[in-house]
Design a protein around this ligand. Structure first.
Ligand code: AMP
Ligand code: MG
Length: 319
């Protein structure tokens, strides 16, 4: 693609052959590129370039104890960075490419910059399914550190417009591949010998994990921090959020679900996957509305509803 149609905003380019080339050039030079994945938009940099990784933390205002997920094209590439036991290989074979991040021990000669793992001896790895991110990974031959492309603590971006509104010129290039299909961050699983723990609920549900592993996740209990950066307040609009709201007050923008109509409805047919794909867009809309407060209808805690409620609890948590 070429010509003025590619150029939507100062830094936003519609995805295409030419723009992928421009993105790769930037990434190889140590720059940042915002890129769509099936979960949310990521702010990507070469994970082996310490200065580029430092720039991600700076652009997001992200605390340096919060490690980054590294995106790789396939399991073979993942094995150069992390150690995969039988259970990890089983998860990878069944659920990659897809919205599953696995935390595994780093390899001896893991080339990623130390800041990516925030000093841990484990690394978080994912093989994404989105065609734009896949093309970037396969064509560039880079392993990309890519947290969500928003200011730290704020609402995750599910469109290119959300990215540019949150990061402004801190995202010098945004590849616009349309809205993210899943709309909620990846499930994070820590693989520990023949056991696994769910560190963050997401689009891959506990039932899917159990069917793949042949057993349920174990719950933490070691007392050590399992997932640094999983802060109580996160994904948060700059307004108070009230949950389980069947009705809303005059001052509240009401996000509905199923029979609770609201000012907008995440899914009139009560489809949880549809609701997940629209959750962050709804929070962005509520944040931008004239109403000073936000209320959210009850959402069932089953399947991907677990992840939806996890994000909503963090959105509603006092800052
Ligand atoms: P984000 O990039 O915002 O989607 O967040 C990535 C999350 O992955 C972090 O907040 C951590 O909680 C988790 N994570 C990344 N690396 C590790 C690791 N080595 N061990 C445990 N959790 C990790
Ligand atoms: Mg994030």
């Amino acid at each position: 693609m070429s010509g003025s149609n590619d150029h939507i905003g100062a830094a936003t380019r519609r995805y295409g052959k030419a723009t992928i080339g421009e993105a790769i050039k930037r990434l190889r030079a140590g720059g940042l590129v915002a890129v769509p994945t099936e979960t949310v938009y990521g702010l990507a940099a070469d994970s082996t370039d310490a200065a580029a990784v430092a720039e991600i933390y700076r652009a997001k205002g992200r605390p340096d104890f919060n490690p980054l997920i590294v995106h790789v094209p396939d399991l073979q590439a993942a094995k150069r960075l992390g150690q995969f036991n039988a259970l990890a290989v089983r998860f990878a074979t069944a659920l990659w490419p897809g919205p599953l991040t696995m935390v595994v021990p780093k390899t001896e000669d893991c080339p990623v910059a130390a800041a990516v793992t925030a000093g841990l001896d484990t690394i978080a790895l994912r093989v994404p399914a989105h065609p734009v991110m896949r093309e970037l990974l396969e064509t560039s031959d880079l392993c990309l550190a890519a947290p969500s492309a928003n200011r730290s603590g704020g609402i995750s971006p599910t469109t290119a417009d959300h990215v540019s509104r949150s990061l402004g010129t801190a995202a010098p290039l945004i590849l616009d591949g349309g809205p993210c299909e899943q709309g909620i961050e990846s499930t994070i699983v820590a693989v520990d010998g023949s056991d696994y723990r769910i560190l963050r609920p997401g689009p891959v549900t506990p039932d899917q994990l159990e069917a793949t592993a042949g057993k349920p996740a174990i719950t933490a209990g070691s007392g050590k921090i399992e997932a640094p950066g999983q802060l109580a307040s996160h994904y948060a609009p700059a307004k108070p959020v009230r949950l389980d709201a069947q009705t809303a007050g005059i001052d509240e923008y009401h996000i509905g679900f199923g029979p609770v109509a609201g000012d907008m409805n995440l899914s009139p047919g009560a489809d949880l996957a549809e609701a997940a794909s629209l959750l962050f867009a709804a929070l962005h809309k509520a944040e931008a509305s004239a109403k000073p407060d936000i209320a959210v209808a009850p959402i069932p805690c089953t399947g991907i509803g677990l992840a939806l409620n996890d994000r909503l609890r963090r959105a509603a948590s006092p800052k």
